[in-house]
Design a protein around this ligand. Structure first.
Ligand code: ZN
Length: 133
């Protein structure tokens, strides 16, 4: 590897490790079909906050008292809901299950330990028990 390549590699590393701007919570987009609500970018939202679709859906459907079903990249909720309400629930989910309570960074992961669930921060090392859905 020559000097220039080394330099490029170093730049790449800087780019990856550089801290990003504020964490943006993705907004839902979707529509109503009869009495149902379809969210078309659900898979995108889940991957944006790095959480499994099933876990996020479980939270949302419980909070909104409606049944939810994953269908490809979309979910179908059994009630007619305003997207504002769904966005609020996703925000609540992110605050509880994604953002570190100490440093507020999103670099976290959920860890199961027996019957307990913990939110572990990869940035500052904080580990906090969170409730199971
Ligand atoms: Zn932290």
């Amino acid at each position: 590897m020559n000097y220039e390549q080394l330099l490029n590699q170093a730049y790449e590393k800087v780019k990856v490790t550089r801290e990003c701007c504020r964490f943006e919570i993705p907004r839902v987009s979707g529509h109503h079909e009869g009495t149902k609500t379809i969210i078309t970018n659900f898979a995108q939202i889940a991957s944006g906050i790095r959480r499994p679709q099933g876990h996020l859906l479980k939270f949302i459907s419980k909070e909104l008292a409606s049944l939810g079903e994953i269908s490809g990249d979309r979910i179908i909720l059994s009630r007619k809901l305003a997207s504002k309400m769904i966005n609020e629930k996703i925000e609540r989910y992110v605050n509880t299950f994604v953002l570190c309570s100490k440093c507020k960074k999103p670099d976290t992961e959920l860890q199961e330990e027996g019957a307990k669930l913990f939110l572990k921060c990869l940035a500052c090392g904080e580990r906090k028990e969170v409730h199971r859905i």
